[in-house]
Design a protein around this ligand. Structure first.
Ligand code: SF4
Length: 277
């Protein structure tokens, strides 16, 4: 096995020292001049840090990533507790810049106090603020929730609509929230949920080069089979919480480690790719 492909222990710093070096660099250091010339010649010509012929979005690679996620997170779904589409919509709006754990602490009290969408529609946003203060950005979130309730009561008979176009007319609802509600509650694969976890992991896995949610979603919709959009979103979000965390991801525990060439991996049995993050 080529030295660059040997498993290595992470260093104390959490980053595997020297693992970023390409096989070409490693050959240079260890071989004699003659051996070096021969070995270097035999290495395939490739872009710096990339294997020749490597296609990060090849269907077989995407299938293998999905299989690995299925294996790590079987049957996962949205972590926000809810009993109906309205409660899920509320929880998703509250989850912006806030942990699901915190939202799940706030919503039971909130829905006991205001059990129906009509209760929310009858409020002034200021009245809601104290109840959701701990989720952060509570003024904007209060306006969104009351505005959403009023819109749904006025235009959709009090029922959360089931189409992307209709959902996007609701205050506080963008594609991420709409995808959560459509995919999780209505079981409709209309798009991929792109939050901070999906953004980070899609880039680490080189499934996108984009940085903004709309383009990342389009990229993922091109390569992930439609029937997997919602499950894929949930699995990636769980992966982002459990292992593929922002700082020092737990690569040694990751089932898709061999498929991942992220520049900031903390453990690697494969060559890492510059810019794969
Ligand atoms: S190997 Fe590490 S960086 Fe890559 S997906 Fe797994 S946890 Fe994330």
């Amino acid at each position: 096995m080529a030295r660059g492909n040997m498993p290595r222990q992470p260093s104390r710093s959490g980053r595997q020292e020297g693992v970023r070096k390409t096989a070409r660099t490693l050959v240079k250091k260890s071989a004699s001049r003659v051996e070096r010339r021969t070995a270097t010649k035999s290495l395939p010509k490739a872009a710096p840090g990339k294997k020749a012929g490597y296609n990060a979005t090849a269907p077989e690679r995407v299938r293998a990533i999905i299989a690995g996620l299925d294996q790590m997170y079987p049957g996962v779904t949205c972590a926000l507790t809810h009993r109906n589409a309205w409660e899920l919509l509320v929880a998703t709006i509250l989850s912006a810049q806030c942990t699901d754990v915190r939202v799940n602490m706030v919503t039971p009290v909130l829905f006991e106090k205001y059990p129906t969408i009509q209760h929310f529609a009858a409020l002034q946003p200021e009245e809601l603020e104290p109840d959701i203060r701990s989720t952060g950005f509570f003024r904007n979130k209060s306006k969104s929730l009351v505005g959403a309730a009023r819109k749904i009561v006025a235009d959709f008979g009090g029922e959360v609509p089931q189409t992307m176009d209709e959902l996007l007319t609701i205050p506080g609802v963008a594609r991420k929230t709409a995808n959560v509600v459509l995919g999780t509650w209505f079981k409709k694969n209309d798009g991929v949920v792109v939050d901070t976890h999906v953004t980070r992991i899609a880039r680490r896995l080189e499934l996108t080069k984009n940085e903004d949610a709309p383009r990342i979603e389009q990229d993922l919709m091109q390569i992930v089979p439609r029937e997997r959009w919602t499950d894929f979103s949930h699995e990636v979000i769980w992966h982002g919480r459990k292992l593929c965390i922002a700082r020092k991801p737990k690569c040694v525990e990751c089932a898709i480690e061999k498929l991942c060439h992220a520049e900031d991996k903390t453990w690697s049995t494969v060559e890492m790719h510059k810019g794969a993050m």
